[in-house]
Design a protein around this ligand. Structure first.
Ligand code: CA
Length: 232
């Protein structure tokens, strides 16, 4: 029995039915809301484990819903947006959403995102007790000592590469937008910073992901940002 409780916020009945049918088939528990006001109410009274949130709601902007929920809760939020709402998706991630699905999405995609969120949730709890050392696959970061290792060998990173690596690792599983990353690393977000970010990310990835048995640690979301993947 899957005890995960999912709050589905979607005003479009066919999409909502597709989601709830999928959840039911895979033993998730779920609640539904058709607008923003109801979503906030359900989130407050039932404290779900994850929220699937459509950005285009009849009564309020999905981004506003995220801001309201984020003022008191860290519940993972996966936004659902149409392809034409790319900027909304970025605003949603900046407002504190964890991940996104673009319509139309497949049942497999939906389940995969939920699994990632579930695993992230479980690991976050474990890591709270041990947050000075981060481990993911062959990557190890000693935050206290300020150094990173790959398969036991110290990585020679520039200060910015190290900062980027720490930011991604502390938010593992989350898609971080260009704006968020540049603000965290440079304290600003000009066009030039985004261009620099691409360069630093490329050099970081080269150090992290090259070699014979290289694994992918960082995922690029074109036009959106980057995410650190959980490596087995
Ligand atoms: Ca909608």
């Amino acid at each position: 029995m899957n005890k995960f409780l999912v709050l589905v916020v979607e005003d479009d009945a066919p999409v909502r039915n597709l989601i709830t049918t999928t959840l039911k088939t895979h033993d998730y528990r779920y609640l539904t809301a058709e607008d923003g006001e109801n979503a906030i109410l359900q989130a407050t009274s039932h404290n779900p484990d994850v929220i699937l949130l459509d950005l285009g709601l009849p009564d309020m902007d999905g981004v506003e819903v995220i801001k309201k929920i984020r003022s008191w809760s860290n519940t993972p939020i996966i936004v659902i947006s149409a392809r034409s709402e790319d900027t909304d998706k970025i605003d949603a991630l900046d407002a504190g959403a964890d991940d996104y699905l673009t319509k139309p999405f497949s049942v497999e995609e939906l389940l995969a995102r939920l699994r990632v969120t579930q695993r992230h949730f479980a690991l976050m709890r474990q890591e709270k007790e041990n947050d000075t050392v981060f481990e993911n696959g062959d990557l190890k970061i000693d935050y206290a000592a300020g150094c990173a290792f790959l398969a036991g060998t110290e990585l020679h990173l520039t200060p910015i590469e190290y900062k980027l690596l720490c930011l991604l690792s502390r938010n593992i599983g989350r898609v971080l937008t260009h704006t968020y990353i540049t603000q965290q690393v440079w304290g600003s977000s000009w066009e030039n910073d985004v261009a620099s970010l691409r360069v630093f990310m490329a050099t970081l990835r080269k150090k992290l992901e090259s070699g014979a048995d290289a694994k992918q640690y960082i995922q690029t979301h074109i036009g959106v940002g980057y995410r650190m993947l959980r490596v087995e």
